[in-house]
Ligand binder design. Structure first.
Ligand SMILES: Cc1ncc(COP(=O)(O)O)c(C=O)c1O
Length: 488
């Protein structure tokens, strides 16, 4: 790979006496530049790169082609809901009236932007059955932390500071117990039953006067709907605890059922999943936090309030946990999410969820022909396959399958999660993929499994067709090399 243009073409910029004089005067009240810096550090020439627009376009286009994204190919990353991000969302978010607003602009001059946030909040409330949402947190994990801070303050105000336990099922995403621990709670891990669901009887065993919150994901990370959810929410409420809904999987149910109606007190959404906002690589997310009526006053500030036909940011909320981040929120994401909501309407969103479930079940049934699916029943938006049997027979692991998929122009599914499934491959197609794409993915996966049986060694070095080959993960973790090398 050649060096980027900035390394190649260089033309010297010579300072003449006049320029040097001006530079000297600029530095500080007429003091000579030489008075500040040792002579050997002063430059007579300043080499600046000289590139044509075409050079730059080619450089950045080449760089963009070295990565993989949803606009390049199928991205079945379970739990991450990598669906198509409509370009109209970006067009709207980059409108001058939104993109160039200063964060300190007075409310009076930001009425349109505040209206966007208010309408998004109201739409989320009606879609998910909550009383209010804060758009403040920047990610699902940050919203979890915000929710637990809300719970902590709520219990403190009620004089129930002994409530220091958070119950988390063993299928939960790792951020759930991590958020609870960060907030100072003790985590109680709950074992799922043989059908991959939470057993209300098991929950009852750990409930008590010290229960603060029970965090649940529904559908859970196995892609299964928690059928006895009312038994769970009732039991936790009887014990005086709060129910938290991890809404990372909301794409499975939006428009079809509502966490508020299931009895949840708090919930988060990952708009960068369900509401078609670009995400990946841990970057710029958006995790609105929803609450039932009894928790509204604890929401982060600022909160957008509508007074008649005017909107304002309310900072004066004495019981609030305060802001989770600077300024309003990841505001451009609010514009994108609202664009998606209004483009689809209630009926479109309901259908989107239904197609997501249909696509996942189509893949599940096809893939079960050649890989184990440990929970072989109707799934929601995703399902988990396992390479355990294949590994025993051939030595080929879930990791090798994932890498081999990269060679065949598919992004790998999530692997080794949830932890309760050995050699897990967690597959989520989303509603935006066509039957042709799903069939091509099944064919690629089938061919990899056949290759594993015939010539397992050939998969052990995959990927071989990608810009970066297989990395030594243990070494990368122990001896990270974080330098940028322009010549790689
Ligand atoms: C079930 C679940 N909960 C929580 C999260 C955390 O969300 P975020 O990545 O936005 O912090 C994720 C992320 O993948 C998830 O899948």
């Amino acid at each position: 790979m050649s060096a980027p243009p900035s390394e190649r073409t260089v033309s010297p910029l010579i300072f003449d006496q006049g320029q040097r004089g001006r530079a000297n005067r600029y530095v500080e009240r007429g003091k000579a530049l030489d008075a500040f810096l040792p002579r050997n550090l002063l430059r007579d020439e300043l080499p600046l790169p000289e590139n044509t627009e075409l050079d730059v376009v080619r450089h950045y286009t080449r760089l963009s082609q070295r990565t993989f994204g949803i606009d390049v190919g199928f991205y079945p990353l379970g739990s991450c809901t990598m669906k198509y991000n409509p370009k109209v969302n970006d067009t709207l978010a980059s409108q001058h009236e939104f993109a160039d607003l200063h964060p300190f602009v007075p409310d009076e001059l930001a009425q349109g932007a505040l209206q966007v946030m208010h309408e998004l909040e109201r739409s989320f409330c009606s879609l998910f059955g909550m009383a209010a949402f804060s758009l403040n947190p920047s990610a699902g994990a940050q919203a979890e932390l915000a929710a637990l801070l809300v719970a902590k303050k709520y219990f403190r105000d009620r004089g129930e500071t002994q409530r220091d336990k958070v119950i988390v099922p063993d299928t939960a995403h790792g951020t759930n117990p991590a958020s609870a621990a960060m907030c100072g709670f003790t985590v109680i891990s709950l074992k799922s039953d043989t059908r991959g669901r939470v057993d209300p009887a098991e929950i009852r065993k750990v409930l008590g006067p010290d229960t603060a919150v029970c965090m649940m994901t529904n559908p859970n990370t196995l892609g299964l709907f928690e059928e006895r959810i009312h038994e769970v929410t009732d039991a936790v409420h009887e014990a005086g605890g709060l129910m938290y809904y991890d809404g990372a999987n909301a794409n499975a149910l939006m428009g079809n059922t509502r966490p508020g109606d299931m009895g949840f007190d708090l919930m988060h959404l990952n708009t960068h999943k369900t509401f078609t906002i670009p995400h990946g690589g841990g970057g710029a997310g958006h995790g609105p936090l929803g609450v039932a009526a009894h928790l509204i006053e604890y929401l982060p500030t600022p909160y957008v309030v509508r007074d008649g036909d005017r909107y304002r940011l309310d900072f004066d909320r004495p019981k609030s946990i305060g802001p989770m981040r600077s300024f309003w929120s990841n505001f451009a994401h609010a514009v994108r999410a609202l664009a998606y909501l209004y483009a689809n309407g209630a009926e479109g969103l309901t259908k989107a969820s239904q197609y997501a479930v249909l696509n996942a079940n189509y893949l599940r049934v096809k893939i079960a022909e050649f890989l184990e699916t440990p929970y072989p029943e109707i799934c929601r938006h995703e399902f988990v396959a396992s390479a355990q049997r294949l590994k025993k027979e051939t030595g080929v692991r879930a990791l090798d399958i994932a890498k081999a998929l990269l060679d065949r122009n598919f992004m790998a599914p999530t692997i080794y999660f949830p932890l309760i499934v050995p050699e897990a491959l967690m597959i989520e197609p989303t509603e935006t993929e066509s039957k042709e794409t799903l069939d091509a993915f099944v064919d690629a996966l089938r061919e990899i499994v056949e290759t594993a049986k015939r010539d397992p060694q050939s998969l052990m070095n995959a990927p071989v067709n990608t810009v970066v080959g297989r990395v030594d993960e243990a070494r990368a973790a122990r001896q990270p090399d974080l330098r940028w090398d322009p010549h790689v």
